[in-house]
Design a protein around this ligand. Structure first.
Ligand code: SAH
Ligand code: SF4
Ligand code: F3S
Length: 493
């Protein structure tokens, strides 16, 4: 199951794939946990934190929710259909709950945060509703439900980064892992619920990030994907570590604990470098880059280290400056093109992917054409493309009418998808005849006669299994042909 492919960060195709806990649990409390995740990579990463917190409590795991004492669904609110999918899935848990009335059903994540206690009224099946910053409270909340009550904790935090929690790797192939480097978002793009569901942006202590990545490398992992909604605004100032649970400004004045003298402020470029230096055999990926914040310093750091992958997910959303302004993206068409030019100049051959929204409020046909011409300008390697979906409470929902009829949104989406399909294919074709350094991830989906793995640019490469190499190792693959989405070839060394 390809749960750890960073190019699928926002791909709803991943939604609905169950995450099962494979780790051997510590002290056993005789109860079984089942957890399933939807939405972006941050949610999948959070489920690993949840698993770790409950492992401490002695929960064993099950791959079958019918056998579970606690069933968690970690949810996404980004588009209406993401929420609908979760509601449909909850219905499927009803029979299990009727058979086992003691079963605790919990809703975690962004939908929990958005709907809060309303969830309990709307979905009678649900016993506990927990927002993304309240997972440390899960053991108490489960106790409360065991005591016959319903339980809700949707408090958002300005400090919580779960920095000290060692995530239980879920459904892991032992090679790629997600590492969360920050939480929340302060950008307030007008279409987006994330600032409401994830709260204020905060960066995680770089020491804890480097330690987690080092531990992963020592455990045999060979690729980490550093995660944040806007990784380029990662910022760790020295002396911001406060004693546990104390965050008021008064306390901050009195009780600041200095970090190591060696560590000044750390920005994203510095963090990338720190992680790259762990070992040249540890590949470093990251997502998501915000066009307004991605600096030449970040690009130069990517160019400097072989093991920082030449792949940038740079969501454009729209190619038109007026629409970008309504979206509150705080860059315009020219700025975005300038950043793409900088990538092409500083990291030749770097792959670029994007997110695009069609049919945003008041978008005209001409403005839609600007999105199409942006695709021509960049020639993206890959794109995640969506019709605009109005989300309650967002700035766009308050300020602008969702006035583009669905058939028009859909037709524009089709045009965008069609054009992008062409460039995705062209980018793959360009690799024919070239030798790619591939990190082997495992057998290909279609055959255990073939291995699959990704090249530096994040394209999937499939090649025959051989005696001299195995998953977790790097091989050089000469690409000789492609499918519509995959490079095919054979190992040359
Ligand atoms: N932090 C990332 C995006 C996270 S959400 C960034 O700033 O780029 C992932 C993608 O979902 C967004 O890039 C956007 O393209 C899409 N999206 C978000 N809200 C949406 C909405 N209301 N309707 C349609 N697509 C949306
Ligand atoms: Fe949403 Fe914008 Fe933040 Fe991305 S940067 S999570 S689109 S508000
Ligand atoms: Fe991610 Fe969906 Fe929340 S995209 S941050 S899980 S709304």
């Amino acid at each position: 199951m390809d749960l750890i492919t960073p190019d699928k960060t926002h791909d709803e195709a991943r939604q609905g794939e169950a995450l099962m806990l494979d780790a051997t649990m510590g002290k056993n409390n005789g109860r079984k946990l089942y957890i399933e995740s939807y939405g972006c990579a941050m949610n999948f990463s959070d489920s690993e934190i949840v698993a770790s917190i409950l492992q401490e409590q002695g929960f064993e795991t099950t791959k079958d929710y019918n056998n579970a004492d606690v069933v968690f669904i970690n949810t996404c609110s980004i588009r209406e259909n993401a929420e609908q999918r979760v509601r449909n899935r909850l219905k499927e848990f009803t029979v299990a709950k009727v058979k086992n009335p003691g079963m605790v059903v919990g809703v975690l994540g962004c939908m929990a945060e958005r709907l809060k206690s309303k969830f309990l009224e709307e979905e009678k099946l649900v016993d506990v509703v927990v927002g993304p910053d309240a997972y440390r409270d899960l053991p108490n909340l489960i106790d409360k439900v065991d005591g016959g009550q319903k339980a809700v904790n949707v408090l958002l935090s300005r400090e919580e980064t779960y920095a000290d929690i060692n995530p239980v790797r879920l459904n892991s192939n032992g090679i790629n892992a997600f590492v969360s480097i920050m939480r929340g978002c302060d950008n307030m793009c007008s279409f987006c619920v994330v600032p409401f569901t994830r709260g204020r942006e905060r960066s995680r202590d770089p020491h804890s990030i480097v330690k987690e990545c080092t531990d992963l490398f020592n455990a045999g992992y060979r690729e980490v994907t550093l995660l944040g909604q806007n990784v380029d605004s990662y910022k760790w100032a020295p002396q911001t570590t406060l004693p546990e649970g104390e965050g008021s400004e008064e306390q901050a004045d009195k009780e600041v604990l200095p970090l190591g003298e060696d560590l000044g402020g750390v920005n994203f470029a510095n963090l990338l470098e720190m992680v790259a230096l762990i070992n040249p055999d540890l590949r470093v990926r990251f997502s998501t880059s915000h066009p307004k914040d991605i600096t030449d310093e970040v690009l130069e750091t990517i160019a400097k280290y072989e093991n920082i992958c030449n792949y940038i997910h740079l969501p454009v959303q729209s190619g038109n400056s007026r629409v970008l302004e309504l979206m509150n993206r705080t860059y315009d068409r020219e700025w975005y093109m300038n950043r793409v030019d900088a990538i092409r100049r500083i990291i030749p051959g770097c792959a670029i992917s994007t997110d695009i929204i069609t049919g945003f409020c008041t978008e005209t046909e001409e403005e839609h054409q600007d999105t199409l011409s942006m695709i021509d300008y960049v020639g993206y390697d890959y794109a995640y493309m969506f019709m605009y979906s109005e989300r309650p409470g967002t700035l766009a929902a308050k300020r602008y009418a969702d006035d583009i009829p669905e058939p028009v949104k859909n037709r524009r989406l089709k045009e965008v998808v069609e054009k992008q399909r062409h460039y995705s294919y062209v980018r793959l074709q360009e690799q024919i005849g070239k030798v790619q350094r591939v990190l082997i991830e495992g057998f290909s989906k279609k055959s255990d006669q073939d291995y699959c793995g990704r090249n530096d640019q994040n394209a999937m490469v499939v090649f025959p299994v051989g005696e001299n190499y195995k998953p977790g190792q790097y091989v050089n693959v000469l690409v000789d042909r492609t499918t519509t989405a995959t490079l095919l070839g054979s190992v040359v060394d």
